[in-house]
Ligand binder design. Structure first.
Ligand code: ZN
Length: 116
């Protein structure tokens, strides 16, 4: 389960942000989880409170935003959802494609309380 490493990295990223910006408290972290990133959001949600409890994120809510895995067909330029079409172009049937989105797991937004 490589999500442990993913969550630790997430907490390191946010902690570094907080130190750089002199933030003491974080209300919410929004992450983008690509459908093709091989990260399972349910595992991240499960691990997050356990790993975050000793960090600046202990009281912060985690919101996972799923990013669809879209690719452009090399043969006919059709843009399609990779997961829904099992990697195959629905227009011409080709497997040759360029993935355009949904490969990354990354921090999208860090929300700090207004009165902090
Ligand atoms: Zn095609």
């Amino acid at each position: 389960m490589h999500e442990i490493g993913i969550v630790r990295q997430l907490i390191r990223t946010v902690t570094a942000f907080a130190e750089e910006n002199d933030v003491q408290d974080i209300r919410e972290v929004v992450v983008d989880c690509g459908e093709l990133s091989l990260v399972i959001p349910e595992y991240v949600e499960e691990l997050y409170p356990v790993i975050a409890k000793d960090s600046i994120l202990k009281d912060a809510k985690l919101t996972i935003h799923t990013v669809p895995g879209l690719a452009e067909c090399e043969e006919c330029d059709e843009v399609f959802n990779v997961v829904e079409n099992k990697g195959r172009c629905p227009n011409c049937g080709s497997f040759e494609k360029t993935v355009m989105s949904g490969k990354d797991f990354r921090v999208r937004e860090i929300i700090v309380p207004h009165d902090a």
